[in-house]
Design a protein around this ligand. Sequence first.
Ligand SMILES: Cc1ncc(COP(=O)(O)O)c(C=O)c1O
Length: 478
Amino acid sequence: MLTRPQTAPSFERAQPKPDLLTVADAKALSLADMSALFSAHLNPGQLHFMKLLGFDKVKIESAEGMHYIAADGRRILDFFGGFGSLAFGHNHPRILAARKAFQDEKRHEIAMAFLSQYAAALAKNLAACSPGDLDMVFLGSSGSEAMEAAVKLAERASGRKNCKIVYAENAFHGKTKGVLSLTDSPLYRGEFALVPNGVRVPFGDLAAIERAVAADPDIGVVVLETIQGGGGIVGAPTEFWQGLRALCDRTGIVWVADEVQCGLGRTGRFYAFEHHGVVPDITALAKSLGGGKAAMGAMIARRDLYMKAYGKPKDALIHGPATFGGIGEGCVTAIEALNVLFDEGLIDNAAATGDYLLAQLTMLQEKYPKLIKDVRGQGLMVGLELQDMSRAMPLAVRPMVAVLDDKLKGSLAGFLGAALLREHGVLVAFTEYNRNVIRLEPPLIATRADVDALVAALDAELSGGVIGLVKGFIASRR
Ligand SMILES: Cc1ncc(COP(=O)(O)O)c(C=O)c1O
């Protein structure tokens, strides 16, 4: 009979447990510990910028609805919204409950060997939310992965042998190597060896696309964000989108609409392209698709294109899901999130609260024309462009700014964003390529009162002018 040893075995473990922190240890880390670990193991360069703006001084303990809640009890109003990943706010109760039930019932996650009821239901829901014959779904775990899937399908379905891809100036489609080739940033491209089949055109310029297509019969795909996020919240008029649709219909070019940031109700329609009465051939969603709790991305494509590219059994696995594509709890989270989006009227709220936000910011612009250059956007995807600091700043204070980091020079948005957090507990973001644009992408549950709080904070900071902002910033760093 086998008996359990009364004492621990005397032999040394071949693989001793390393010095591991527990979950409780992680929760209890101090700000100093976090900074040290961030620097040692994550990203020292990024920490430098976080320190510069004072974002290393806040330890977040929890988050709920429109707010982060800091260790000292301070509530931080979230107008950043994780670059559009928090449409439902933080920890939406219905989304939490769906996830908890899934765990309590010990449902399965990895379903590659079996059919997944969760992936099947989510794919059906995404098709139901998508106009036209956008019916076929690929599930992944990030926007980059969804866009990789979109571009690969588009290339294959275009039928062009040496397919070239039109993309836009200031585009952002992700940082994985395939879509990085279509992301228009020398910084992010970092001199990596990229896919050399991109053809770059100005965003929203139909004539430029027509010229490129006329000059190069290999062009088979056009990839565009419907509203450029990283580029500074930049849209294009309806004539452009309708012209693009007509061009693609004429030439058989496949149009991929990247809705990773602007989709899922953010602009007041489920997809931003719906404002223009057109339907692309392939689109991609991510960010808020995960309900603010899961990493989810999806490509949604016309069925005929999908079948042309991957419809035959021998082609089915050319671009099948990766290990976590369609993971159970992620799918259930997204299924509940899509239901919440409609049950709670969040798309309509994005339209109405977004109109109010734009109107309030436009009034601020009229009050501070020397500081605010432009207010633009749609729904709750809004950009507030500040004047270039070098123009807005009196000569007398320029030397003060010289003490600051090089990268921040000229960026009024940096000073303003830091002051909003420090003095008012309001969180905003910048856009990748135009650092003078404050990006406002709050949860779609935002109310007029939230907008009023943001606008009051902006007003208070802008009323001190550039000198007030710079002085406040310098004082905060002493
Ligand atoms: C328009 C757009 N496409 C793709 C991506 C990439 O998404 P992810 O960061 O989830 O890989 C982003 C991310 O910001 C985005 O804004």
